[in-house]
Design a protein around this ligand. Structure first.
Ligand code: UD1
Length: 420
């Protein structure tokens, strides 16, 4: 097993480049299933989840070649992909569910194992299933699999989502592009990753309107063509480096990032006392002195991203004052504060709320990452804790951050991976 060993106390300084977004590239890879032929995706992050998705596509009959050095992936999709996504892969990554929509609309059937993935709450699939049923699919659960049949082409339908779920929006969007007639998805998610997949689908020949709004209108077409598409930059990784700069009193320029995708998070960093400067291809974050505590309420985009909540709890844990953090998306996401407490953080949780009282200094301890973003939050805390912090569960961080340790080291952090 590998661990991170982080000796706190260095200010992060320098430049770091962000790769493509994990939460987009996996869906773009799934969208390739919609068209026979070779789809090429650029700006692909070198992370474990991409490998899992590549393996899943191979099992569906695709030929996948990942050029890590070039950050590209080429997916050759057969005329008739297989339609079964097995448990051994799906359980490792919840995002595997994103093959459900494309497989069903393309082949008329999909058997997808019920997902596992991050340990951050119940994460139901009811909106995916209800939406597909409205489009005429028959969906049942059978021995741990979701079994969906279209009985011919899916039918366009009007679907209202109870909540702007990212995953449900993507499933229904991908199902709708090859369905018969018009589908309207109301209360759709508006994340930059949704805009990214909509843009790719349009290039493939799909008829999608309302991109970036909460009403997506799709008129199904008979077929789509494979394309080349570059993944949107990862706003969560960019945000993680920005928080690291503030916590360590550093000065970091984050390249290949889009500041406009992080408006609220960067505004919070400004309120914490940081200088944030937008640049043509990214932004620069500089901080001197102790940050001030900032309240956070997570919400669907353009609200504050839940995927940056643990990093901001880490920031608040060493800030001047106290902050109230409200988590509205994943009930179990506060689990990691028990680990943060091992470093001396003062965090009390009550349901959806966490009260974080800043302490002047954290002290190193062994801690365990329980999901990707918890891992990032704990690593950031380790960067400012006195002594050497050991982070277990590095595999979680590897699922979402390409070259996490080299990036931190290039900014001057004292961090290494160790076998234990
Ligand atoms: C995606 C991201 C994840 C991010 C989240 C919110 C990927 C691979 N993951 O997850 O990093 O934190 O968006 O920005 O892109 N829900 C239901 N029923 C459904 C669907 C969702 O109850 O049918 C609930 C979930 O349990 C959760 C909330 O809705 O509480 C948000 O889920 P959703 O927006 O779908 O997130 P994911 O797509 O799973």
């Amino acid at each position: 097993m590998e661990v991170l060993r982080i000796t706190g106390g260095t200010s992060l300084r320098g430049e770091v480049a962000v790769t493509g977004a994990k939460n987009s590239v996996l869906k773009l890879m799934a969208a390739s299933l919609l068209a026979p032929g070779v789809t090429t995706i650029a700006n692909v992050p070198d992370i474990l989840d991409v490998e899992i998705m590549a393996e899943l596509l191979r099992r569906l009959g695709c030929d996948v070649s990942h050029e890590v050095a070039l950050s590209t992936i080429a997916i050759t999709v057969p005329d008739r992909p297989d339609h079964r996504a097995d448990y051994d892969l799906v359980r490792r990554m919840r995002a595997s569910i994103c093959v459900l929509g494309p497989l069903l609309t393309r082949t008329g059937a999909a058997d997808v194992a019920l997902p596992g993935g991050d340990n951050i709450g119940s994460r139901g699939l009811d909106m995916h299933i209800d939406g597909l049923r409205r489009m005429g699919a028959e969906v049942t659960s059978d021995h741990g699999y979701l079994v969906a049949h279209a009985g011919g082409r899916l039918q366009g339908a009007r679907v209202w989502l109870d909540f702007p779920s990212v995953g449900a929006t993507e499933t229904l969007l991908m199902a709708a592009v090859l369905a018969d007639g018009e589908t309207v998805i109301d209360n759709a998610a508006r994340e930059p990753e949704i805009v990214d997949i909509c843009t790719m689908l349009r290039t493939m020949g799909a008829n999608v309107e309302g991109i970036g709004t909460s009403t997506l209108t799709v008129i199904g077409v008979e077929g789509l063509r494979p394309v080349q598409h570059a993944t949107v930059p990862d706003r969560i990784v960019a945000g993680t480096w920005a928080v690291a700069a503030v916590m360590t009193h550093g000065d970091v320029t984050i390249r290949h990032a889009k500041a406009e995708h992080l408006s609220l998070a960067l505004e919070k960093l400004t309120l914490a006392g940081a200088d944030v400067e937008c640049l043509p291809d990214g932004f620069r974050v500089a901080m001197s002195g102790r940050p001030r505590a900032v309240d956070i309420v997570t919400l669907p985009y353009p609200g504050f991203p839940t995927d940056l909540q643990p990093q901001f709890i880490a920031l608040n844990s060493i800030a001047e004052g106290a902050a109230l953090v409200t988590e509205n998306l994943f009930e179990a996401r506060f689990r990691f504060v028990q680990e943060l407490a091992r470093l001396g953080a003062d965090v009390r949780t009550d349901g959806h709320h966490a009260l974080v009282r800043g302490v002047p200094v954290l002290s190193s301890a062994p801690v365990e990452a329980t999901d990707i973003r918890a891992g990032a939050g704990l690593a950031l805390a380790g960067l400012v804790a006195e002594g050497e912090t050991t982070v277990y569960g590095v595999g979680h961080i590897d699922r979402g951050y390409a070259g996490f340790v080299p990036a931190l080291r290039s900014l001057g952090a004292d961090v290494r991976r160790d076998e234990v």
